[in-house]
Ligand binder design. Sequence first.
Ligand code: FCB
Length: 475
Amino acid sequence: MIGSSNPAPGLADGGLRFPDGFVFGAATASYQVEGAAGEDGREPSIWDTFSRTPAKVWNGDTGDVACDHYHRLDEDLDLMADLGLHAYRFSIAWPRIVPASRGAVNAKGVDFYSRLVDGLLARGIRPVATLYHWDLPQTLEDAGGWPARDTAAAFGDYAAAIGAALGDRVHTWTTLNEPWCSAFLGYGQGGHAPGRTDAAAALAAAHHLNLGHGLALQALRAVTTNDPEYSVTLNLHAIRGEAEAVRRIDAVGNRIFTGPMLRGVYDDDLLADTAHVTDWSFVRDGDTGIIHQPIDVLGVNYYSTTLVRSWDGQGEKQSSDGHKPADGGTAWPGSDEHVEFLQQEGPYTAMGWNIAPDGLVELLTSLRDQHPDLPLMITENGSAFEDRVDPDGVVRDAERVDYLRRHLAACHQAIEAGVDLRGYFAWSLLDNFEWGYGYDKRFGIVRVDFDTLERTVKDSGRLYRRVARTGVAPA
Ligand code: FCB
């Protein structure tokens, strides 16, 4: 059974009762946790290449071992069951499945995810699979990467292959995780793999990610047999500040994806803002129709807010947009030269991101207003803080506990305000490889000792276990 069989949502024993059936899960991503980078036919991804490039990742860290989840699958499945998780959101490593890009399916790679899905189902945990959480096969990058149209077609083929293998058991399929990061941090700003800094290529990448989303949904629908749910996960920016600057960042930060995916259009203001960067000739007749596929639920990743102001090009520009700075490049093609990103009020997490649970309520209610019939799911929310195992074996991560508590309360508030919010996934189940920050930033509700790989449930994990088991969060 999913969720609690509690009466109507509201206050319960001084706590916040969530609706019956509300899903409490936890999330990870393949490159961040699996390790086993060269095993069982897995070929390199762009993150293998990027993390091996000097000065790209903190301390030269790589995902070669990560949490060794690939070899500790049963232990981690038991951990999830012990935490009372209703669902587990994981991603599938494309280079494990179709190593030679368009070649034969790698049976050993498929087998790992098949065992993962079976292990979840055996423990009563709902499998929520993401097809792409940033680990593009390096061979496809070498052939042009996401700025090249063929990559979208290859993604559709990959979706068909993995859908045929797992399409009788996965409960929810998510095509992409945060395509904004893939396109704009990967090809525009350069702080993420593959580390390119080309604004026009970043916009082409965004379109081909959108196209890949549509093709993947078509492919999955053709092969699945268990009537799953379909979704995509976006890191929609909760933008505050001066109206014209908000409009610009909403266009290139949010509507560049929600426009074609949910409404079948690229908005005119987005095209106008970016006209000096690209002529958008990479959009072909029929593309927006392919992208505009029905979805059952929209995944929303939320960490903090974005504060903007219009900039006239005079004086020193503020650029606190919360992303790891790289040399040159821009994460905001067409609008970088018009917008300042202002430092926001604290408190902050170890990432320097401001803690603003009210921003989550704003984002959810505004999505409800824009797309009233679309169910929503928080597919990531969490916080990085330093922590340690005390001599008595306890991890007292009080700041993470507080962050979790306040954001669960924000979810509850949004539900009370009429938002159709179906679930919440804590980021992350485990401390893991945090992209450009390597192992320096810990987001887990379970601590991982990266020397011994030992797992220790933190106080935040203990709180979450109580919430998942009872359906009641602390007020
Ligand atoms: C999100 C990513 C996830 C993790 C969190 C902290 O942008 O989807 O993999 O790194 O941020």
